[in-house]
Design a protein around this ligand. Sequence first.
Ligand SMILES: Nc1ncnc2c1ncn2[C@@H]1O[C@H](COP(=O)(O)OP(=O)(O)OP(=O)(O)O)[C@@H](O)[C@H]1O
Ligand SMILES: [Mg+2]
Length: 244
Amino acid sequence: MSAGSVLLEVDGLTVHHGQLCAVREVSLSVRVGETYAIIGANGAGKSTLLRTIAGLHRATSGRVVLDGADLTHARPDARLAAGIALVPEGRRLFPSLTVEENLQVGAYRARKGPFDVARVYELFDWMVSRRRQRASQLSGGEQQAVAIGRALVANPRVLLLDELSLGLAPVVVQRIYALLPELTASGVTVLLVEQDVGQATRVATHVQCLLEGSTTLMGVPGDLTRTQIEAAYFGVSHDEGAER
Ligand SMILES: Nc1ncnc2c1ncn2[C@@H]1O[C@H](COP(=O)(O)OP(=O)(O)OP(=O)(O)O)[C@@H](O)[C@H]1O
Ligand SMILES: [Mg+2]
């Protein structure tokens, strides 16, 4: 696939948790090589969207299509084999497994591609000396790196990143986000979720804002004003806010 063609297409996706509609008619197109960011406040439906793309929640309606193949009804492992890997919110490593064992878990149903455990060790050189340690002994930032490594060894075409910065010190967040250009250069397309709007607009080629499950804004960061983004994020315009 050439750069610029649509890799991941989400079309009118609606997802419920019981009675609650968490994602409402959300559509997006992610092109090869992009870094596409979903922003939104707590409870906006960001994780539900990513998890539904990864096959962990069932869609009520709408479609998830990867490179023309409809995966809406595919199981999570089939989506992984097709090239969709998720780094979940809160990392979710196996705490009692070692760093290396956690990475090896990701290689289950791996596609062919540039990433394997050795390549992850090149990316994060500190991991080599820590590879026999349990994941629970690592700092939050280190665990996040292992969670990314675990997703990478599956050689995803599209990497879903759910709030990498959650609970991490700013300097650690910077270091982790600094990795993204290297990943996209290796052919990985990124769809990320981030509550930190500044962070999202710095790294992303495209941003889309969710509010209570619906899309309130989408565009290229450079074209969007802070006022537009705030209104889309909080659901009030500055003027309305000033009147109260
Ligand atoms: N497994 C679940 N069962 C029931 N309700 C859920 C479940 N997961 C999420 N929800 C609800 O769905 C809505 C969207 O949640 P979601 O986790 O997708 O939001 P989010 O944008 O990722 O929020 P955050 O920034 O806090 O991670 C919220 O109202 C949440 O309480
Ligand atoms: Mg979330």
